[in-house]
Design a binder for this molecule. Sequence first.
Ligand code: PRP
Ligand code: URA
Length: 236
Amino acid sequence: MSLHSSGHPLVAHKLAILRDKTTEPKKFRELVRELTWLLGYEAMADLATRPEPIETPLEPMTAARLEPRVGLILILRAGLGMVDAMLELLPTVEVWHIGLYRDERTLKPVEYYNKLPDAATVQICLILDPMLATGGSSAATVDILKEWGAARIKQVSLIAAPEGVATLSAAHPDVDIHVAALDSHLNERGYIVPGLGDAGDRQFGTFAGPASEPGHAADDETAEVVRRLQRGIGES
Ligand code: PRP
Ligand code: URA
């Protein structure tokens, strides 16, 4: 398993404000953007460079240019808030959107949008999604990208649960996972604890009411899905 959890104090500081339930959507969006910038920078530390001769105003030299073609794959809708920061780091990359939402009862990902071209056009795919909870959305995205022909894939998320990391690593051990924090566990509704709540709702101010709150009691089917995932970790 290749899990990189940032130990950077700036990341920890910004994440603390992001998690706080009193943080408003405007501030929340700013922090998602800033954290993505910092995590993206860390996630790309091992990208290959090629030598390129250039001339500075003083003399010729051999400089380093980024070698691989990188593509950003953002998972709608919560991944939207991560794109601008990555585009600041990599202004010329291709950006692809995949629409997935998590069925609230089964916790399984449901695909509703995918306009990837027939064959892969990039060598490295960075999947952007703030939350890696059960890992279902992420593993499904990697399935899609591998079928597309993606050679190398990294997942950049703000917070992961151990259950999600285990699911993604078991299905796709070759995928690097970069996060700001690895949290304790999933609650019976499949929300990350302590987490930050619903990343999409908190970015876009869409609060559907108490029954949809991350801490609200789950029905039996959902709770059993979570227990199964947790037993899986215990056995591995
Ligand atoms: C959230 C999040 C991930 C997914 C993670 O999206 O952005 O895509 O849940 O959960 P998983 O690891 O258990 O699959 P959500 O389904 O809430 O959709 P939204 O972004 O449209 O709000
Ligand atoms: N999706 C979220 O937005 N938050 C969680 O904790 C789990 C899934």
